[in-house]
Design a protein around this ligand. Sequence first.
Ligand code: ZN
Length: 344
Amino acid sequence: MNALTISAHGTLDRLEYRDDLPMPELRASTDVRVRVRAAALNHLDLFVVAGLPNVAITPPWILGADACGVVDAVGDPSSPVAIGDYVVINPGISDRTCEYCRDGEQPLCPRFGILGEHRPGTFAGFVVVPAANVRAIPATIPIEQAAAFTLSTLTAWRMVVSRARVQAGESVLIWGIGGGVALAALQICKLLGARTWVVSSREDKLRRAADLGADELLDRTKVDVARTIRDRTAKRGVDVVIDDVGQATWAQSLGALGRRGRLVTCGGTSGPMVETDVRRLFWNQWSIYGSTMGNDAEFDAVVSELRAGRLTPIVDSVHRLADGRAAFERLQRGEQFGKVVVTM
Ligand SMILES: [Zn+2]
């Protein structure tokens, strides 16, 4: 089997395309094997290459969380999916037995793991996952879009819909437009009828976000984001901030947040430590939400939006798996607008 792997942590020089790996076998009757047709990159993949604390890899380690493909083997014939089904994969794997899983909140599972980080990933000819982690989709959805869909859209859905509970007419600030989660959050906010403020350091990305319906465009290299929002809203601020940048944007996120505002974070790509003035937190009655991945109900919800054509991920570029290094370099340089995809 072919795959994009690493055998040690480090720079992108560690990436190694192999074509001599064994075919993965089902480990449980609840598993299915998917012949991968396309897979998409996430920032997580860059973190795995560099090395994450408390995450050990077994060489040769197969990278990749997102994918779509065709079911090739099923452990249990009564499985909800059948051989030949075209599916998307939810990369979040849980034990399905703990109190949080039983409560339908799989991302809180103490044994939660993500494909490509805790289990062999999707940048490969085949991947084995629990049947509960796949959903069949119509054959009319292009493989590049299907591969690009799940992790970003699921993450954004939980942030915008489940955590912040964004309502029609509310205003939402979204950092780093061009990234997969930010773009999915923009699309979901538009579906909900919210007003969106998007931030980038690049004019071309802001123009493309405007084409997707973003209402207010902020170039963070030219304006103070929080002050500009205060000025343009008569000091009111926004209702919700979607922040996956962390350290570099936290103060600005809070500066832009209005009374009873909600800040949702799903990551800290610029650094983990942030500072909050507790007096402003209680006085303004803010809520700060953490969010990660999505549960089964949220997976069903986003897949139903995909099937209905209401949410279509933005694909930046498509590369061959053997040229996976070029795909990683594009993501690392932050050049992408939408998802970087590899095809098998
Ligand atoms: Zn669990």
